[in-house]
Design a protein around this ligand. Structure first.
Ligand code: SAH
Ligand code: SF4
Length: 395
């Protein structure tokens, strides 16, 4: 029996809250997640033209929309109150009709000597969402979430454990980005890169993901360059083809994790639907259509997908493609039994790939001490909330 068959508890990493929730028990019990029909629309959901229309409908002048965008995306102010050249009456109307940043920050964690900041939000319907800001000497990267949970259910991923609760809206993803840009600025840095590698599968929330990219890419607003954005997917083939036709020059990362179908289907269940040959054919079409290099992500797990033989097999599989492999040493997840290989084992795997002619980098995860594997912070927080609720019932 392997770790794939029997998830077993492992020891939990310690977390270090620096902005503890003032009263965690006051957080409302999650309501019913809202649907496409019932979801509220907020400021960050709207492209500029739609904001203009909304403002005119509220009795304001069209040009106010650009003023609001300059405050929100240029000056990165945290709310309407700071927009001093906008009439107070309009700001009041907007605050009621078009909430600015619908998600509430409930916790903030720091790790890696302050170089990693993890934000935990609560949505208006009571869901928890994670965002991570990572500072490097030459860049500052935000890792955003695009869903609450995930329907794909990869065997090694904390996010997929409970299935999909709901898609995030474009506005909820924009808010994560703007807050991270503001936080980076407060630390004297500029946000330079964005990866969709938090909770969720962007290609299964495609419309909102594209709307999100359209908003942050707009040169009249945040002007976040598409080439600085990376979408990561578990391999939803029709959406890889769709992405190739989009006007945005974003980067694509494909979570491969195994060089053969037998192993990949056990790790990444969508492989049963789109096996490796189909996935790589879509990647080839994508490379041919865009001329852009693909990154293959490879979560390295001891005794699962890290043997020399598998490294050679992966090298043979990818040889000749315009690609790059990102080896991600497995990030421990509480209830899962997988283990990270030793540093020597990780280096050996990467060296074999390089010897096979595949450009390879090893990406050590940030914030291991704050449970930064995708979905872990949310899981931990929900557990704490449930525990608090139990205690209050018992008392
Ligand atoms: N759903 C998308 C993007 C989010 S996950 C996808 O799967 O690509 C971002 C990356 O983190 C993916 O490559 C995913 O496989 C990887 N990942 C998830 N859990 C991990 C863990 N515990 N350790 C290492 N990598 C992990
Ligand atoms: Fe979903 Fe990605 Fe996690 Fe797989 S690795 S369960 S696709 S978030």
């Amino acid at each position: 029996m392997t770790a794939l068959d029997t998830p077993q508890p492992a020891s939990a990493p310690e977390s270090t809250p620096v902005v503890p929730n003032a009263d965690p028990a006051s957080v409302p019990v999650p309501a019913r997640p809202f649907s496409r029909r019932t979801r509220p629309v907020g400021f960050f959901d709207l492209p500029l033209e739609q904001l203009e229309e909304r403002i005119v409908a509220l009795g304001g002048e069209r040009y106010r929309a650009k003023q609001l965008w300059t405050w929100a995306y240029g000056k990165l102010v945290p709310g309407y109150d700071a927009m001093t050249n906008v009439p107070a009456a309009l700001r009041d109307r907007l605050a009621t009709d078009l909430p600015f940043g619908s998600m509430r920050l409930v916790r903030e964690f720091m790790a890696d000597d302050g170089e990693t900041v993890k934000l935990l939000y609560q949505t208006v319907d009571g869901q928890f969402v994670e965002t991570v800001l990572m500072l490097y000497p030459d860049r500052a990267t935000v890792c955003v979430s695009c869903q609450v949970g995930c329907a794909v259910g990869c065997a090694f991923c904390a996010t997929g454990l409970g299935g999909l609760t709901r898609n995030l809206t474009a506005g909820e993803i924009v808010q994560q980005t703007v807050d991270a840009a503001r936080r980076a600025r407060e630390m004297g840095r500029a946000l330079t890169n964005l990866v969709m590698m938090g909770m969720g599968e962007p290609m299964q929330n495609y419309a909102e993901t594209m709307a999100f990219i359209g908003i942050i890419n707009d040169h009249q607003g945040l002007n976040f360059g598409a080439r600085r954005i990376t979408i990561s997917t578990s391999g939803i083939v029709p959406r890889i083809d769709a992405l190739a036709k989009e006007p945005y020059q974003v980067n694509l990362a494909v979570s491969l994790h195994a060089p053969n179908d037998e192993l990949r289907s056990r790790l990444v269940p969508v492989n049963n639907r789109w096996p490796i040959a189909e996935l790589l054919a879509a990647c080839d079409r994508y490379i041919a259509a865009t001329g852009r290099r693909i990154s293959f992500e490879y979560a390295l797990m001891s005794g699962i997908n890290d043997s020399d033989e598998i490294a050679h097999e992966l090298g043979r599989l990818l040889r000749g493609r315009l690609c790059h492999v990102n080896v991600i040493p497995f990030n421990p997840v509480e209830v899962l039994k997988f283990e990270r290989p030793t540093t020597a084992g990780i280096d050996r795997f990467a060296d074999i790939l390089r010897a096979e002619g595949i450009p390879t980098t090893v990406r050590y995860s940030r914030g291991l001490d704050i449970a930064a594997a995708c979905g872990q912070l949310r899981a931990k927080h929900e557990e704490e909330q449930a525990h608090l609720a139990e205690m209050s019932v018992a008392s």
